[in-house]
Design a protein around this ligand. Structure first.
Ligand code: GLN
Length: 444
């Protein structure tokens, strides 16, 4: 894996590699294996998105503002993997604080797709996706607020899971939009994904929102015993922006599922048009609040052009944040401002509730919702760099599960005419990850 990281350095997937430390750990684990004392994930090589903390190591959110910041503690998910003797190989590139869909908003520069170096990796966890895609590690921990694990997984042709909100502790995850944020898992197989989820899920005293529900042995229940009732959203299939090859692959999936004995039916979801505005109003509001902690005093970058306290805040933040982060802080501050709070923020909260209820209603009648992970396959680097709205469109199909707090997984189901991967997304009711794994295993 270290060799692959080196030979693929042009992909820009890692911002830091823990070579010496990982090799040392490998020796120790080797001994433990011989003595039969090794943990459940002994020798599993994993990487973490640069938004996840690892004790006494740098974590920057791919932002200049935190460039040299070191964390004093590890994220609970990291801690749990290390306890089972997995080996942490490095810190991976991403969009600044998780904001983006193409990994072009990183202080460290864009990540390239290993299948075509002119194409984006997806985002925001682009480095984590490419690291698994190009065998630089077996597993990556990313974060998914509105699709940042599922979307790059689709662009890279691998498996990406966003579990139910609260299933994995958020302790040690740099906050973007706290009521959406979730750690997610990249892997090549469903088995690996299930094995990692069963270790890192569960109640954590350090995150009061983490769920205390028992964690099933996901990897022991991968045999699919049932035929299921599956819904797809007619509006999603009718979306003008949907790339024809993705539509064809999706229709093909429907036929295959029906042939395998599942019931697959179209349902209407007229709220589809509202999910992106709702998501972007609520998440910018949360991010403007969450990023206020980076003030040039307590953490990270401090401007040298300082004449008083206000210029210290202003210049440190202006120099430290990239363009997209600044855009979202302004947008979020606007929708939370006294004059516009009700018109935007309150309204978006109401819309969130409607979207969540409508989605849950479908899932009370069906086992799964299937939907393409993305409207297009990986686009060219720089293609949408002038229009943020165009990039936001890449999230059209992923934010529904995020708004609703539901688990969703993206699995590779084909390729477009240029050989770029196509992802299929499966959404289930809350805490049905076991069912989600068993079902998706047969689709790959
Ligand atoms: N692309 C989405 C955004 O920019 C999702 C990001 C994420 O899930 N972290 O907000």
């Amino acid at each position: 894996y270290l060799h692959n990281i080196k030979s693929h350095s042009e992909l820009n997937a890692f911002v830091e590699v823990y070579s010496a430390e990982a090799l040392q750990k490998a020796d120790i684990i080797d001994r433990k294996i011989k003595e039969n004392k090794a943990g459940k994930l002994a020798g599993l090589i994993f990487g973490i998105k640069d938004l996840i903390c690892y004790q006494d190591h740098k974590v920057s959110g791919a932002s200049k503002i935190l460039q040299n910041f070191e964390s004093q503690f590890s994220a609970t998910a990291v801690e749990k993997l290390l306890q089972e003797d997995a080996i942490l190989i490095g810190r991976q590139n991403c969009d600044e604080f998780g904001m983006g869909s193409s990994n072009e908003n990183s202080f460290y520069g864009p990540v390239k797709n290993a299948l075509d170096h002119n194409k984006v990796a997806g985002g925001s966890s682009g480095g984590s996706a490419v690291a698994v895609q190009a065998d630089m590690c077996q597993i990556s921990l990313g974060t998914d607020t509105g699709g940042s694990v599922r979307q790059p997984a689709a662009f890279c042709g691998i498996v990406g899971l966003k579990p139910t909100y609260s299933r994995i502790s958020r302790w040690g995850l740099l906050a973007y939009a706290s009521s959406f944020d979730s750690i997610g898992i990249f892997s090549k197989s469903i088995e690996d994904n299930a094995r990692v989820l069963e270790i890192i899920a569960g109640k954590d005293e350090k995150d009061s929102t983490s769920s205390s529900r028992a964690v099933p042995a996901y990897s022991q229940n991968l045999e699919q015993k049932n035929t299921y009732k599956v819904a797809y959203l007619q509006e999603a299939l009718d979306t003008e922006a949907l790339q024809p090859e993705i539509k064809a692959a999706f229709q093909n999936q429907i036929t295959e599922l029906q042939e395998a004995g599942h019931t697959v039916e179209a349902v209407n979801f007229p709220l589809l048009d509202y999910i992106l505005p709702t998501y972007y109003i609520l998440t910018t509001a949360e991010v403007s609040s969450n990023l206020s902690r980076y003030d040039g005093i307590r953490y990270g970058h401090r401007s040298s052009e300082v004449s008083d306290l206000e210029s210290l805040y202003k210049n440190s933040r202006t120099e430290g944040f990239g363009a997209e982060a600044r855009r979202r802080i302004m947008l979020g501050s606007f929708v939370l401002s006294a004059d516009y709070y009700d018109a935007y923020f309150t309204k978006a909260q109401k819309a969130r509730k409607l979207i969540k209820e409508a989605t849950e209603k479908i899932l009370s009648e069906y086992d799964f919702i299937i939907i393409p992970t993305t409207p297009t396959t990986a686009f060219d680097l720089g293609e949408h760099s002038k229009s943020p709205i165009e990039v936001y469109m890449a999230d059209l199909f992923t934010v529904q599960a995020s708004i609703s707090g539901l688990p969703a997984i993206s699995v590779p189901v084909g390729k477009d005419d240029n050989g770029m991967p196509i992802g299929l997304q499966i959404i289930s009711a809350a805490f049905q990850e076991a069912k989600l794994f068993a079902f998706s295993r047969n689709l790959i």
